[in-house]
Design a binder for this molecule. Structure first.
Ligand code: ZN
Length: 319
């Protein structure tokens, strides 16, 4: 049962009140009916308008507790407007754009909302890629070419996985990595690709050993061939060039290194649902994932990104 608005007027008619937004969250979080998060009991009674109390253990909870909407002081209908706007933007959402559309006073508020929503877009360990999957790394940003596996000042190293779907591309996953070591690359493959799948890479030394982890590893070595890497792993390189174009188009090419992971998640969410005929369905999916995603506060987002590194603004250059 996938229930979502087909267009803006349906959206407006449906999500105009807190009660309606809350009911929608309830339906997506507990599709089989309420379950107490502590004891699993399905009997509950309402407490005031927002809380529900378990009949058995008397634990009080709300539909937003334990989700990205937890502790929000903003009415849910603004959140829904933000989600609608994010999912209906053809090329992606910027904090400036969201701030303008919702009339938010603070840029930081818009930025935090976007980052909270992005946390719900790609959930590590869920919806793993399978079948035949191409994997390769790439540098994003900067004018000079990076040496493989080396850190550079202006570039970020990312790793990308793309499912083969005939001659086309299936689903993708990507993330920022500290280096091109076996440790970094294997960790990415393990959280993105289902065991038993065929992982197709080039001959880089960071990939062998995947077989021990339950994958079928197929390496195509460049040496002695006329093809370029993009011809050997065409899908992953097509994805990388689309990503670079998107970063330039939506974010004017200036994305901070430390926030790049979030942008990669948004790109992945959009890409994996690119054939979806309805924008309303994207809203449905994002809300569905948002109510099963742990809350992240502004402080946590900033801390997480600070821990990674404090790097300069990344200039993305099209190739
Ligand atoms: Zn209970």
């Amino acid at each position: 049962m996938e229930d979502y608005p087909r267009n803006l007027s349906e959206f407006d008619a449906r999500f105009g009140t807190e009660t309606a937004c809350r009911a929608y969250l309830f339906q997506l979080r507990w599709p089989e009916g309420f379950r107490c998060p502590l004891c699993g009991c399905s009997e509950s009674s309402p407490v005031r308008t927002v809380l529900v109390r378990c009949r058995k253990c008397r634990h009080q909870t709300s539909v937003t507790a334990g989700t990205i909407f937890q502790d929000t002081r903003t009415p849910l209908r603004f959140w829904f407007q933000a989600i609608w706007w994010v999912t209906t933007q053809k090329n992606g959402a910027s904090a400036l754009g969201l701030r303008r559309v919702l009339g938010l006073k603070q840029y930081q508020t818009a930025w935090t909302w976007l980052h909270k929503l992005r946390c719900a877009m790609v959930r590590p360990g869920c919806d793993l890629l399978s079948g035949r999957v191409e994997v390769d790394e790439a540098y994003v940003g900067g004018l000079e070419e990076g040496l493989r596996g080396r850190k550079t000042e202006t570039k970020a190293l990312i790793v990308v996985a793309a499912e083969e779907d005939g001659a086309g591309i299936g689903r993708i996953r990507m993330r920022l990595i500290a280096d091109a070591s076996a440790k970094s690359l294997h960790a990415f493959v393990e959280e993105s690709v289902a065991v038993g799948s065929i992982v197709h890479t080039d001959g880089w030394a960071g990939y062998p050993g995947l077989t021990d982890k339950g994958y079928v590893h197929e390496a195509t070595v460049l040496k002695g061939r006329k093809e370029s890497p993009s011809e050997l792993l065409p899908r992953v390189h097509r994805v990388i060039s689309l990503l670079k174009r998107w970063l330039i188009g939506t974010h004017q090419g200036a994305v901070s290194h430390k926030h790049l992971d979030y942008y990669l998640d948004e790109f992945t969410f959009r890409f994996n649902r690119r054939t979806s005929t309805s924008r309303g369905k994207l809203l449905f999916r994002l809300v569905q994932q948002a109510v099963t995603t742990e809350p992240a506060t502004y402080d946590a987002i900033v801390r997480k990104t600070r821990r990674r590194n404090d790097s300069p603004k990344l200039q993305v250059v099209a190739r």
